[in-house]
Design a protein around this ligand. Structure first.
Ligand code: SAM
Length: 251
């Protein structure tokens, strides 16, 4: 059975799409999406031979070698311009996803939707989308096997810039005892504008865990007495304060 994470990603693919799944590993996502009837043609891109072989086996076993083509190569280099409508990149860090997108800008012409699932560094992905004229059309958060995943869906729209301005408008959160938190720029990029509005239990839990992690890092860095360590601890404490205040406002 396909993981909830990959199932949710597949649900974001519009019916009738031509898909490229980059970093496809076992090609589970394209096989599922084709079987669901969402995808008519797919490329499964892989930079490593081992996972590419696994993708090829999976596609052959599914009897889908006419429809899904595993290709060896780095990021979007496996694609011809105009070949696909939708690109999925899942299960890697946000910084790597951004590198793949930036290095393949010419391959994005004609692509109408990006579905991105960074394991960490979601803020880099949101920033990239914002800076490259993609409208962040939805965000999802889910928990599976003790890990939290975010899925970011972005569309190429003529009025992406205007819509993004609205989406990332400053917000003032209000909490108990007159607490007010102003969120803009980096804060919205890290929390995610939709996820913040929704304030689901999974989202709140993710950020509670993040506070624990940050506190551990701050305690460990704080054992050093250098100026650099002091600056780092101050920055961490500021971030911890922000996240705590946001959670107070949301609960
Ligand atoms: N996308 C699948 C998923 O979400 O379950 C597999 C994720 S797996 C953790 C990441 C895969 O991305 C690996 O198979 C790795 O070889 C591949 N990968 C890493 N960097 C890549 C790149 N620059 N281009 C294509 N594939 C890459």
């Amino acid at each position: 059975k396909l993981s909830t994470r990959l199932t949710r990603i597949a649900e974001q693919i519009p019916a009738g799409s031509r898909l490229a799944d980059i970093g496809s590993d076992h090609a589970l996502l394209p096989v599922f999406a084709v079987r669901q009837g969402r995808v008519t043609q797919a490329v499964a891109g892989e930079v490593n031979q081992g996972p590419l072989d696994a993708a090829q086996r999976q596609v052959n076993e599914a009897g889908l070698s006419q429809v899904i083509e595993p290709r060896l190569g780095n990021g979007l280099a496996v694609l011809h311009p105009g070949e696909v409508d939708v690109i999925t990149i899942a299960g890697m860090g946000g910084a790597l996803i951004v590198t793949i997108l930036s290095e393949g800008l010419d391959k994005l012409e004609g692509v109408s939707r990006l579905i991105l699932q960074p394991n960490v560094g979601e803020e880099f992905v949101r920033r990239w989308l914002l800076e490259h004229g993609w409208f962040l059309s939805s965000e999802q958060i889910l928990e599976e096997d003790g890990r939290t995943y975010e899925i970011l869906t972005a569309d190429r729209l003529a009025d992406a810039a205007e819509r993004n301005v609205q989406l990332y408008q400053e917000r003032l959160l209000t909490g108990p005892e007159g607490l007010q938190v102003e969120l803009h720029d980096f804060s919205l990029l890290q929390f995610g504008p939709y996820l913040l509005n929704e304030a689901s239990t999974v989202f709140i839990d993710k950020w509670k865990q993040e506070i624990d992690k940050l506190e551990k890092v701050a305690a460990s860095v704080g054992r050093s007495d250098t100026d650099e360590a002091k600056l780092k601890v101050a920055a961490l404490q500021q971030q911890i304060k922000l996240v705590k205040e946001v959670l107070l406002c949301l609960q």
